[in-house]
Every structure is written in C-alpha cells, then in structure tokens.
Design a protein around this ligand. Structure first.
Ligand SMILES: [Fe+2]
Ligand SMILES: [Fe+2]
Length: 307
C-alpha cells in the first residue's frame, strides 16, 4: 500500500489590518509597507479556504508546511497562524518548519514560536512546551522519516536569507545515516532552497554549500522547500542515488503580475524491488473557478541499494 503526504508553503496568511504602523520599527516597518502595498492583494484567505476544501476527504500520513505563515512575525500574527494550523489538522498530522518572515526580528519566544510548538515538535516531544522545538525534527510514519530543518533567524533589513547553523549541520549527518540504516524513505523539508546559486543572493541560504555537501554524502530520498514562491524541480546526485529537490509556490497566491499561482503538492511513496516509486501530483488554484484542480503529475523511480 502506498503512503501519502503533502506539502504546502508560504501561506503568508496573517492580516495586519489591526496593526498601527507607527508602532513598528526598522525591518518590521518595511515589511508592513510591503504588505500594505503588495502582499495583501497577492496572498488571499479565500485561496487557503479553497486549498482546505481540496484537502478534505484525502488521508495523508503527514502534511508538511514549509514556513512563512506570517508577514512580519508579530505575536498577533502567530496567534492567527496558530488558529489556521488547528483548522488544518492535529499537530501529530501537520509538521511545520518556520520561514524568514516568521523570524523577521528577534521576538519573545513565549509570545511567538511557543504557539506553534506542537506543530514543530519531533515524535515524543509534543506537550513539552517547557522548551523550544529542536531542529532537525524527526517524525516517522510507516516507512517514511520526515526530517525538518529550520533556516529561520533574524537578518538585517532587506535581507531574506536563511541559515541552518552549526548545531543543525552537526546533527543532520547522523540523523540521515540512522534513518537510512532503518530503511526509511527520508523526506527533508525546509524553507530555503538548499542548492547554492539557485536563489537570489539576498534570498539565499547562507550555508547552502554545507547543506548540499551533507545531502550528497549521506543522501535523502526527497528534499522539499518553499520561499521563492515559484515551482521548481531540481535533482541532487548523492552517494545513495538521485534526490529530487522540489519547490512549491505560495499556497495562497493569486499569481498577480506574472507570479506563480497558488499550488500545493501531493506525494505517494511505495517501496519496490529497485528502491522506491514516488508519484508527485501538483494541485493548482484556478482563479476562474476559485478551486484547486489537477496541475499535472509525474512518477519517479528512485533506485536504492537494498538495506
Ligand atoms: Fe514567502
Ligand atoms: Fe521566505
């Protein structure tokens, strides 16, 4: 029996209507202006509602959300996003990594990320709100290991970069090795693109070369990210075999001014004699219908040595 999971990214779902712009400083003031003049027209709640209708009726082993739920990371936005996460599903079924907009500036943890803690937690670590979620996170469902990386940390104004950091870079190899030895299909998910040179300089993952090295050396079966608000398909060539690296556009975008319209991806994984078969189904928003529909599919064979 195949296992199913899905990924959505960059919903940018919060409203700043109630915010008094004169209370904002620095990077948040710039972010507010961007929302006021651009983002509130592009990122729409009705698109997210349509996405939720499209999800209804399909059982997923896990729903992956790859960051940028907010615009400028205010506590009030974290509350709005926490309400939306609860609509999406139980924390055991929805796994979250944050994006750069969620860590716009340094903010008190209890008023912000603590509200999302259960969705970022590893197996066995939920209901432990005494400490911040640790990354890499790990959730295992059947034959699949979901490995979450956080690239979100405050950066100077106008920068949308991300950094994985020394601690995650140190822990990731052992986690990839252990889950490979367990014969699991390893899904690595993060907000920024882990491939160096694929993203604009001010939007890049600063330690992408190190992340790519680790993925090439220790392998993974699938890498998923967002951040660019564009659909992309790339491949990494690891010692374990080919690794698809897939970017999904924003889940809430109307696609104004030539941007990609909202999309999310569904995945189906099944083990076979040669390794794994992976089916990818894109679900795209139709601005004319107001609903999500078939956006094309492809099936990949990922050859792996038998464990
Ligand atoms: Fe984004
Ligand atoms: Fe982003």
């Amino acid at each position: 029996m195949p296992q199913r999971f899905a990924q959505l990214s960059d919903p940018h779902l919060s409203s700043l209507d109630a915010v008094r712009p004169r209370d904002l400083l620095g990077k948040r003031a710039l972010g507010y202006l961007s929302w006021r003049h651009k983002r509130r027209f592009e990122h729409r709640r009705e698109v997210l509602d349509a996405l939720q209708r499209d999800l209804a009726g399909t059982q997923f082993d896990q729903m992956l959300v790859t960051g940028d739920l907010t615009h400028i990371g205010l506590p009030e936005e974290f509350k709005q996003a926490a309400d939306w996460l609860r609509q999406l599903g139980d924390p055991a079924d929805v796994a979250l990594v944050p994006g750069n907009h969620d860590a716009c500036v340094a903010a008190p943890w209890r008023a912000t990320f603590a509200l999302w803690q259960d969705y970022m937690a590893s197996d066995g670590d939920r209901d432990n709100s005494a400490h911040a979620a640790e990354f890499p996170s790990l959730r295992v469902r059947g034959n699949i290991a979901f490995i979450g990386l956080s690239t979100a940390c405050p950066k100077p104004p106008l920068m949308a970069t991300g950094t994985l950091g020394e601690e995650q870079l140190r822990r990731l190899p052992a986690l990839l090795k252990r889950t490979a030895e367990q014969g699991l299909f390893r899904v690595v998910y993060l907000h920024h693109c882990p491939l160096p040179g694929r993203e604009k300089w001010r939007k890049r993952l600063t330690d992408a070369p190190q992340v790519q090295d680790i993925l090439e050396q220790y392998g993974a079966e699938l890498v998923l990210h967002g951040h660019g608000h564009r659909a992309h398909f790339n491949e990494l060539h690891s010692r374990a075999g080919t690794v698809p690296v897939i970017a999904v556009p924003s889940a809430s975008a109307l696609g104004l001014h030539g941007r990609d319209v909202a999309q999310y991806n569904r995945y189906e994984v099944e083990r076979n004699d040669r390794g794994w078969q992976l089916r990818i189904d894109a679900r795209c928003y139709g601005p004319d219908t107001g609903e999500f529909g078939d956006g094309g599919s492809r099936t990949l064979q990922l050859d792996r040595d038998r464990m």
